[in-house]
Design a protein. Structure first.
Lengths: 132, 132
């Protein structure tokens, strides 16, 4: 069951605010890491590289939670629980460059490692909570 | 197996930086919420109220992950995975006031709700990762 992001919180997904992404380790325990993200009007998208812990985690179990705090007021935040419904390398290089522009103001992602394969993940929001 | 927090990252636990706490819902899916935290030299401590989602979650399954980003440089961060090894109301009112002083500069926690019972949770760090 998809749940929409309330209009009054969409700005949190548009400004360069980090997401804290919760995934599940192999033993079912939680892992939380900071991510860049964007929003296409339906899916929350993040970007990682093939073989990273969170890449392995969401391929094994797609259930995630992502929290975004307003940098201007950390008592205003959004938590989105849902699942990763698409994992793709198509367009993932363009996507990381777009996120680099959003978060660093740089049109080309500067942290790329040799051999790194970028991946885009789309989260379907199922339960949205907000505060502030 | 306990793992120590590297000395060079302890400042992240001392400054008023929010933690992103990952817990497990009843169905095993992750939940992430922002928390105030402190560090007693061994345990990471946070504070919540009896009956809240994260209170129920950690009583059911003590496995957690907590990520703290440096407000001065979000590419410098600490992730601590571990488990809640103590849950207590003893001293929890003093603890929330101490956290209020740390995060708001106010010696008495101002957001208290009528009937709210404060609880302190101690996390034993088992796996510590850092970046930056």
């Amino acid at each position: 069951m998809s749940e929409a992001i309330p209009e009054k919180y969409v700005d949190l997904l548009e400004k360069p605010a980090f997401g804290s992404l919760g995934t599940l380790m192999k033993d079912g325990s939680p892992q939380v890491t900071p991510v860049w993200l964007d929003y296409d009007g339906h899916y929350i998208r993040f970007n990682s590289a093939l073989g990273r812990v969170k890449d392995k985690n969401v391929r094994r179990d797609p259930r995630v939670s992502i929290t975004v705090l307003d940098p201007a007021n950390p008592y205003r935040y959004l938590e989105i629980r849902g699942r990763v419904v698409e994992i793709t390398q198509n367009g993932a290089d363009d996507h990381i460059n777009k996120l680099s522009q959003k978060y660093l103001g740089k049109p080309v992602y500067p942290f790329r490692q040799p051999g790194e394969v970028r991946v885009t993940y789309k989260i379907e929001p199922e339960k949205v909570s907000s505060m502030g």
